[in-house]
Design a protein around this ligand. Structure first.
Ligand code: HGY
Ligand code: MN
Ligand code: MN
Ligand code: MN
Length: 400
C-alpha cells in the first residue's frame, strides 16, 4: 500500500504560500490545475482511466465506468492559507485504498471511481462545493457562469481556460446516475476524535451553513479634510457588524458566526471608504437557528448603518440546510469498522451536497491539533493509515 502520508508528501509544497505558510489552491487556478495533473498521473499509474465531467470534476475509474458505482474521493483546492490535509487527505486515501485493496487481490464487482470535486472551498468564486453543486443541479448554471473571482475573472472564463465548455456547466444526470454510493474520507476539523481518543469516526450530520455579503455604502472622502460630523464612513457600521456577529451567535445555542473577509473600497489609508463589503459565514445545527443568527446580525448592522448615514445591502451567496447522513449506510459503515463513533461536524463537504441525491457516508481521521483552515492542520501518519485501512474495508464491502 502506498501510504497516504507518502502521497501527501508527494503533493509537497504545491500551492504553499511562503508568506503565510498555508496552501492557497483555488478552483481552476494554475496551482490547482497543477495539482490535478499530479492526481491524473497518480491515477493513471494505477491503471485508473481519468475523465473530467462537464463541470470540471475529475473521475478516475477502476474498470469500466457504469451505473451504481462505488465512488470515493474529496477535493484538492484549499482556503487561502489552508492546511495540507483538508481535501487532499480524502483524495490520497482513496488512491492508497485502491492500492491496499489490490494487494489483497480485490477487484471491484461494481463500477468504482475516485472523484476530485472542483472548488469545494469556494475560495476563488465564493460558492462552496461548486463542483458538486453543479453536478447535482443544486446551483443555477447560468448564475454560476457569472460568478467572478476577486480579480473579476468569471467562472465561464476560468473553465474555458481549463479546457471546458462553459455552456455545458450544470446538472449532469449521467454522472449523477452513475453514483450508487459515495464515501468521503476527510481530516476532522475540530476536536471530536481528540476527545474520544479514537483515530477514525463516521459522520452523523453537518451544520446548516450560509454565506452572506453585507455591502455598506457611504461617501468616499478625505481622511484629513473631512470633519467627523460630515462623514458617512461605511467602515464604522462594518466594524459594528463584525462585533454583532459574535454577539448574535453567542445568543443562539451551538451557533457559529464568522467574518473572515472584509474589503473596503478603495482601501486607501488616507481615504474614507465609499463602500465596505463584509462576508458573514453563519452556521447552526438547524435552519431556524442559522436564520435567527442572520436576522439578529442584519438588525444590528442596519441600525449601525443608519446611525452613520450609510446604506446596507445584504446578499445571500450560498446556503445549505443541515445534512443528516443516511443512518442505514452510516451504521453499516460503522459496523464494518468494528463500531466506530458517529460525530457531527461544523464543516461543509461535497458529501453534504451529494447526500441529498445518493446514499452518502463520511469518514473522519483524527486531527490532533483540532485546528483546520490553517497551516497547523495535521493528522498523524498512523491515523492516516487507520483511515486508509478503514476506507478500504468500507469500499471493499460496498463494491465486493
Ligand atoms: O467551509 C467549510 O466548512 C468547508 O471546509 N468547505
Ligand atoms: Mn475546508
Ligand atoms: Mn474539505
Ligand atoms: Mn492628497
Amino acid at each position: 500500500m502506498t501510504a497516504a502520508t507518502e502521497l501527501l508528501s508527494a503533493i509537497g509544497t504545491v500551492g504553499r504560500d511562503p508568506r503565510r505558510g498555508g496552501f492557497s489552491r483555488h478552483g481552476f487556478d494554475p496551482v490547482e490545475l497543477e495539482l490535478r495533473e499530479w492526481f491524473v498521473a497518480e491515477a493513471e499509474r494505477r491503471g485508473l482511466a481519468v475523465r473530467a465531467d462537464r463541470n470540471g470534476n475529475l473521475w478516475a475509474w477502476w474498470g469500466e465506468p457504469g451505473r451504481d458505482a462505488v465512488v470515493t474521493g474529496s477535493h484538492l483546492d484549499s482556503v487561502p492559507g489552508g492546511g495540507a490535509f483538508d481535501g487532499p487527505l480524502g483524495v490520497v486515501s482513496a488512491l492508497a485504498a485502491v492500492d491496499l485493496l489490490r494487494e489483497h487481490g480485490f477487484a471491484p464487482a461494481k463500477p468504482f471511481a475516485v472523484v476530485v470535486f472542483a472548488e469545494e472551498e469556494g475560495g476563488r468564486f465564493g460558492m462552496p462545493c461548486l463542483g458538486s453543486r453543479l453536478l447535482t443541479g443544486s446551483i443555477d448554471a447560468d448564475a454560476a457562469r457569472h460568478l467572478r473571482d476577486p480579480d473579476g475573472t468569471s467562472l465561464a472564463d476560468a473553465v474555458t481556460a481549463a479546457g471546458l465548455d462553459p455552456a455545458r456547466l450544470g446538472r449532469d444526470d449521467e454522472a449523477l446516475a452513475a453514483i450508487g454510493t459515495f464515501v468521503e474520507l476527510h481530516v476532522e476539523q475540530g476536536r471530536g476524535l481528540i476527545d474520544l481518543g479514537a483515530p477514525v469516526a463516521v459522520a452523523s450530520s453537518i451544520l446548516a451553513h450560509g454565506r452572506w455579503r453585507f455591502r455598506f455604502t457611504g461617501e468616499g472622502n478625505h481622511a484629513g479634510a473631512t470633519l467627523l460630523g460630515d462623514r458617512r464612513d461605511p467602515m464604522v457600521p462594518a466594524a459594528e457588524m463584525v462585533l454583532a456577529a459574535r454577539v448574535a451567535a453567542a445568543e443562539v445555542d451551538d451557533a457559529r458566526a464568522t467574518v473572515g473577509r472584509l474589503v473596503p473600497n478603495p482601501g486607501g489609508t488616507n481615504v474614507i471608504a465609499s463602500t465596505v463589503d463584509v462576508w458573514l459565514d453563519a452556521r447552526a445545527p438547524d435552519d431556524a437557528r442559522t436564520r435567527q443568527v442572520l436576522d439578529r446580525i442584519r438588525g444590528m448592522a442596519t441600525e449601525a448603518a443608519q446611525r452613520e448615514g450609510c446604506d446596507l445591502a445584504v446578499t445571500e451567496e450560498s446556503y445549505g440546510d443541515t445534512v443528516h447522513f443516511d443512518t442505514g449506510l452510516r451504521d453499516r459503515v460503522a459496523a464494518a469498522l468494528g463500531g466506530v463513533p458517529a460525530l457531527p461536524t461544523g464543516a461543509g463537504h461535497d458529501a453534504g451536497v451529494l447526500a441529498a441525491h445518493v446514499p452518502t457516508a463520511m469518514l473522519f481521521v483524527r486531527n490532533p491539533t483540532g485546528v483546520s483552515h490553517a497551516p497547523e492542520e495535521f493528522a498523524e501518519a498512523e491515523d492516516c493509515e487507520s483511515g486508509v485501512t478503514a476506507l478500504a474495508a468500507v469500499l471493499g464491502q460496498l463494491a465486493g
